[in-house]
Design a binder for this molecule. Structure first.
Ligand code: URA
Length: 218
């Protein structure tokens, strides 16, 4: 019997990436154009494009990896367990997520079927490249002062492929145009730590990195 290809195989990624086609220059126009993105194959199995959300004039822009199962179903970034942990961390620091623009490096859910479950698969670098024009479009329209990257995939998408997360987490990076940013671990990584002591330590370190946001306000 012929082997069935797993969903979202990299072999189907297009090598030429189309710049976003928009009917206007606004964030709303970009969001609307992203709904029909076909720059890679991930749209075929995903429910919908999960574009960023938050104020168009946000001072802080947060970048994650890609939508998960819950985000894919709801069409909103960081609404599942990773998002809840992020919300908890920023609430602990007295920060307000609704003032931030939250998005992802890749805007479709990449997964494989395991029985009836859709299991997260990390996006390949080709998927990040295919999606990069959308992230650039969000950055150039919102013009945030600060970009926060959650996890290595987001950090490499924003700071470049040479960025080392464990070496450079929690340190300010200069960005073109006068913005600056920093990276920390992905909240899913915190949740994946083996035992409760490991999770607690990873969470405390995550909050400590995010404290740069508090310092940047003073
Ligand atoms: N993980 C991400 O990186 N982004 C989301 O939106 C949800 C989970």
């Amino acid at each position: 019997m012929a082997k069935r290809k797993p969903a979202n195989t990299e072999s189907r990624v297009r090598t030429t990436v189309k710049a976003p086609m928009t009917t206007g220059n606004s964030l709303a126009a970009l969001r609307s154009a992203a709904k029909g993105c076909r720059n890679c194959e991930l749209w075929k199995d995903a429910t919908q494009t999960v574009f960023g959300e938050g104020p168009a004039r946000a001072r802080v822009l947060v970048v994650g990896e890609q939508p998960g199962n819950e985000e894919d179903l709801q069409g909103r970034p960081f609404v599942g367990s990773a998002g809840k942990l992020f919300d908890k961390a920023i609430a602990e620091l007295g920060l307000d997520r609704s003032a931030m623009y939250v998005t992802n490096a890749v805007k479709h859910f990449r997964f494989e079927m395991r029985g009836k479950f859709r299991l997260h698969r990390s996006p390949a670098s080709a998927h990040v490249r295919a999606c990069h024009a959308w992230l650039e479009g969000e950055l150039s329209r919102i013009k945030p002062d600060i970009v926060v990257c959650l996890g290595a995939i987001a950090a490499k998408a924003v700071f470049g492929s040479g960025f080392g997360l464990m070496r450079e987490r929690g340190t300010w990076q200069e960005l073109p145009g006068g913005a600056r940013g920093f990276a920390t671990v992905h909240p899913s990584w915190v949740l994946r730590q083996r035992d409760s002591a490991g999770r607690e330590q990873a969470y405390r370190d995550f909050v400590a990195d995010l404290e740069l946001l508090v310092e940047s306000r003073s």
